[in-house]
Design a protein around this ligand. Structure first.
Ligand code: N01
Length: 532
């Protein structure tokens, strides 16, 4: 089957890209989706307690006033199920399903030089050909299941939060092990703790976590946000992370100690990702960051009654925000329960998984179920799993062996007519992702429209511009606090053998948007466009 464009993935990015390609540009377009319905990351992340930690009134599309205004979110942070309902509502509104095939995983994509087409194959032995191939596979979808000896011998059930099964799993009165304490881990643990016989949390790195303070949205709040549609849409373009809050313009050092504390207390009470924005320099200056890190440490120590456990939970080896900031609802409180234990993997590492449980350096523990909340091969894993072969038989795995090389995080030299939404080298995971997705989809769509107009046969970025872009990211990352985290998936540390390079663009969405717009204004400077 021949198409103008194939989009891989039917999450936030794939759905909007389909609408743009099909309804705005007029291309014959198909979306190929592995899941059995739309949703992308929110289709797979069905674990108990799964919820987004960006506020619902901005974790959505803003491209259509009608779509924005006709959806009413229920809570401050949307539940996984609510996000799925929302995406289905958008899909219906735009009649997208007719151009999506489900239950098909793209296994390979090969660029055929002589035909100037991509040949795309799926695990169901379907083959498609297209001119434009667009990856909408998401930054956090290739799961990281640690290679722990003995997992295949475990007789109980085991699950990864990012590939949660469709059937209901009961944890009631079970002995459960949870490995990992990132965003997913600290969400699932408080929910499990309520019903399990015992929950043992295996922690490798303590997590600075701020209260989410989730709540039902009031009618007044809902009305106000819907009325302020234009303002919100604009605001998301101006803030560094595409969130609905500005960073304070004032340094923490402009305040006396007691005034600082008051400001921090207020931000803590308010909860949410805006906590880090209550001073201008928390994310920028290590001295400011230290004050806030200590504030969080004290807060956790006040919650957790056992001093030894509190110490393990707060023995941070990295500054606040240098790993992905997380929000929690009663996460630290669970360690006051009798049925919850904490294993400090730094002192007591896992040796192997046995038939009945987990053997650590110091003990052997029995479990009915093991949950891996161990994250992802972020940003590159999902793209590499497509097994892309570009011009002259160049494999992406080989081309990226020393780290991802993209121009603007959107295109890759030697892989003509292949676009990536929220790829490595774009702000992606450092932002409110739908805001970044809208910027990318709109930029890519405008580009494709231009390419069609000028009669383009193929397009790819120049090597020089790509190298400059990769260098620029390195320079920016080295100037930032991000590099002070020894182990962070932002720079590939969580996956053995993965190149250790900072992956997303770290200077914020507005600056990135400006650069992309400049490239567009200069008639796509940095790209080689071959005409028919
Ligand atoms: O994954 P993570 P996640 N042995 O990589 C540990 C989005 N998201 O799924 O820090 C033992 O953050 C690892 O330890 P360490 C969001 O963007 C959003 O939680 O590497 N432990 C860490 O504690 C988020 O940032 C939402 O030392 C091992 C944990 O597992 C991203 O997804 C909800 C290990 C992994 O944490 C990823 O979050 C969920 C090993 N071998 C996800 N390997 C919301 O919006 C890893 N770990 C709320």
């Amino acid at each position: 089957m021949y198409l103008d464009a194939i989009i891989i993935g039917a999450g936030f990015s794939g759905l909007y890209q389909l609408h743009q390609c099909r309804d705005q540009i007029g291309l014959k377009t198909l979306v190929i989706e592995e899941g059995k319905e739309v949703g992308g990351t929110w289709y797979w992340n069905k674990y108990p307690g799964s919820r987004c930690d960006t506020e619902s009134h901005i974790y959505c599309y803003t491209f259509s006033k009608e779509i924005y205004k006709n959806w009413k979110w229920k809570e401050r942070y949307p539940k996984q199920k609510e996000i799925l309902r929302y995406l289905k509502y958008v899909e219906k509104k735009l009649s997208l399903k007719r151009d999506i095939i489900f239950n098909n995983r793209v296994n390979s994509a090969v660029y055929l030089d002589e035909k100037n087409l991509w040949r795309v194959k799926t695990n169901k032995n379907k083959t498609f050909y297209c001119k434009y191939l667009i990856s909408a596979v998401g930054s956090l979808s290739a799961t990281n299941i640690p290679n722990i000896r003995g997992l295949k011998n475990f007789k109980g059930g085991w699950y990864h939060t990012g590939r949660w099964p469709n059937k209901k799993i009961s944890f009631k009165n079970q002995k459960v092990a949870q490995i990992g304490t990132g965003s997913s881990g600290i969400q699932i643990a408080p929910v499990l703790a309520k019903s399990v016989k015992s929950l043992t949390v295996f922690q490798r790195t303590p997590n600075y976590s701020v209260p989410a303070r989730n709540k039902k949205l009031t009618k007044t709040f809902i009305k106000n946000t819907l009325d302020k549609y234009n303002y919100i849409k604009n605001l998301l373009k101006k803030t560094p992370g595409g969130h609905a809050f500005h960073f304070s313009k004032k340094s923490i050092f402009e305040f006396t100690e007691s005034k600082r504390l008051k400001i921090l207390e207020k931000a803590w009470l308010n909860g949410g990702l805006s906590f880090r924005a209550c001073f201008s320099d928390i994310t920028k200056k290590i001295s400011a960051n230290k004050i806030v890190s200590n504030f969080i440490r004290d807060k956790i120590k006040r919650i957790v009654k056992d001093r030894h456990i509190a110490k393990i939970l707060t023995d941070f080896g990295h500054p606040f925000t240098t790993k992905r900031p997380t929000l929690n609802t009663n996460y630290f409180e669970i360690f006051n329960r009798k049925n919850v234990q904490l294993v400090d993997l730094k002192k007591n590492p896992i040796i192997k998984i046995t038939k009945k449980g987990i053997k650590t350096k110091n003990e052997e523990l029995k479990f009915d179920k093991i949950i891996f909340a161990t994250g992802y091969d972020a940003l590159t894993g999902s793209i590499l799993s497509l097994n892309l072969t570009g011009r002259k038989n160049i494999k992406l795995q080989k081309y990226w062996k020393d780290g991802p090389k993209t121009f603007l995080g959107i295109m890759i030299p030697n892989f003509p007519n292949f676009f990536v939404i929220s790829g490595p080298g774009s702000p992606s995971v450092l932002t409110n992702v739908p805001a970044q997705i809208e910027q990318h989809v709109e930029w890519i769509s405008k580009f494709i429209k231009h390419l069609e107009k000028v009669g383009c046969r193929k397009v790819e970025p120049r090597i020089k511009e790509t190298e400059n872009w990769v260098n620029e990211i390195n320079i920016l990352a080295n100037k930032s606090l991000f590099m002070k985290a020894k182990n962070s998936w932002y720079k590939g540390d969580n996956i053995p053998g993965k190149p250790k390079k900072f992956i997303p663009y770290p200077a914020g969405l507005p600056q990135y948007r400006e650069i992309c717009n400049k490239v567009q204004k200069k008639m796509y400077k940095g790209f080689n466009i071959s005409l028919k």
